[in-house]
Design a protein around this ligand. Sequence first.
Ligand SMILES: Cc1ncc(COP(=O)(O)O)c(C=O)c1O
Length: 407
Amino acid sequence: MLLGVVNLPHVIWFRVKTHSIYPISGKRKPWSCRTEYVDGYACCENQPMDSSKQMQAPWLGTAMARIEADYQRSADTHLIALPLPAFAARGIDFYLKDESTHPTGSLKHRLARSLFLYALCNGLIHEGSTIVEASSGSTAVSEAYFARLLGLPFVAVMPRSTSPEKIAQIELYGGRCELVDSALHVYEAARQIASENGGHYMDQFTYAERATDWRGNNNIAESMFSQMLHERFAIPRWIVVGAGTGGTSATIGRYMRFQKHHGAQCQLAVADPVGSVFSAYHRTGNTSLTGPGSSIEGIGRPRVEASFIRSVIDRMVDVDNTDSLTAMQTLSNLLGRKVGPSTGTNFYAMLVLAQEMVKCGEQGSILSLLCDSGERYLPTYYNTGWVQDKMGCCVTSQQKIDGLMLP
Ligand SMILES: Cc1ncc(COP(=O)(O)O)c(C=O)c1O
């Protein structure tokens, strides 16, 4: 419903939760911004003009309340038990937490919410702030969603190779996309655009690890462990994730220690695609490493990122591109739905670890993430011609994965 500002009450109170009442609008603004009520909140679609100090407190309250309400409307993501009978017979169970079901389609929905809350609570973004982010796509999609929720302009700086579907999604949420030639250029370009516009560079690669509350607060790790409670191996032997910022692995690794789950019986592995420096950094501790970067969208970086916390990761598993994509296809066939390429990387690493468990006579569960759906990658990773052209032939990988699937 669209309303003009003329008849807006001075302050409107809106009950979000049983015990919390938040103001939804401050003083009437002297400018005529198209104002829309979304779930009881005034949502300005034009860039606000008044950012005086007096206006910040009510705006901040409204912004926090909108994010809170959005969270309240959301459900937790499912934990899927992946049936692999030959492994189950050897006492090894596979699970995937389905992060594709977030409103913006990937695990980055969690990170975007955390980054906005972090920036709001640190006084870094205000009414009218332009939000700028360097991304390989998924974070930018999710941040564009939250920027729109708060009525803030959003600019995503991404490599030119980013999938057209992600670009379209960012634009659908009202964001602007700036494409650069290499993944190594996104950081500086984003910083520059933010400074030229007086905006805020979110900088997920620096802040991801500290924006998320690793002690709990329904973070991804707490949710995983509680969803496993009634399984035959409730504490997983391995948790396997990819790393883009490194934020997800940092949250899980810290939480495992905080809850005293971590030890020989429960460890964290990061699946790293070729071209990424994370694996070499994990081995050497050399923060100045650079590399060509990854061909698997969302994971693997050309430089060491501040949010990648090496000390909480027990094991790196290096994964070739064709192995990731063949595993992506294999897993999609098993599930009857398409998963994204980074989920293929995860699945490949799960199989490697499962084979090692078989060899050692170990039993237990292996848990990983279904990071996003394959629908975003139909013209690229699901296009045989594109794969042949960019990654090469997958025949050897298919043989390798067929072998890994047999315990
Ligand atoms: C699409 C995608 N983006 C990003 C990530 C990495 O997340 P983070 O930035 O928390 O390291 C993953 C992890 O698997 C992913 O699949």
